[in-house]
Write a protein that binds this ligand. Structure first.
Ligand code: HEC
Length: 120
């Protein structure tokens, strides 16, 4: 009984910590995806198309890997968020701007971009 309680507390603590570390949207709506797409494509915001190919985007760049099959390539959404938040974590010489760390996107905008990109 005691063991079960401890396990329950540990599980809940883990859940709460992971929620705090990863404040993604609770439920993703079509409107969120549309906003995320707009933010991803907008030159003054994500401007992802300057470097990446996205199926729905016109005039994409090809300096970076195409953003396709994201769920298969990023089973852990946190890893994808980290890449968009600060690409320097993975590659200190990256061309990709650190959208979160340099506040090019707000936390909320970053989550919208994340959900859109994750839907690709
Ligand atoms: C100035 C160019 C540039 C822009 C703008 C850019 N990226 Fe990148 N991105 C890169 C490069 C280059 C890489 C390849 C890894 C590296 O060099 O760090 C990359 C890698 C990635 C990866 C990992 C891809 C993989 O297959 O592992 C993701 C995901 C990503 N970018 C998402 C985005 C999103 C989302 C945006 C827009 C919000 C964006 N990038 C904007 C240059 C860019």
């Amino acid at each position: 009984m005691k063991k079960l309680t401890v396990r329950l507390i540990v599980t809940m603590a883990t859940m709460i910590t992971s929620m705090m570390a990863f404040p993604a949207l609770a439920e993703v709506t079509e409107a969120d995806l549309a906003k995320g797409k707009m933010l991803s494509f907008e030159r003054k915001k994500g401007n992802c198309l300057a470097c990446h190919i996205v199926a729905e985007g016109a005039l994409p760049g090809n300096a970076a890997p195409p953003l396709i099959a994201m769920k298969a390539r990023f089973p852990d959404k946190k890893v994808l968020r980290e890449q968009i938040y600060d690409a320097r974590i993975k590659n200190s010489n990256t061309l990709m701007p650190p959208f979160g760390a340099h506040e090019i996107l707000t936390e909320k905008e970053l989550d919208l971009v994340l959900e859109y990109i994750y839907s690709l």
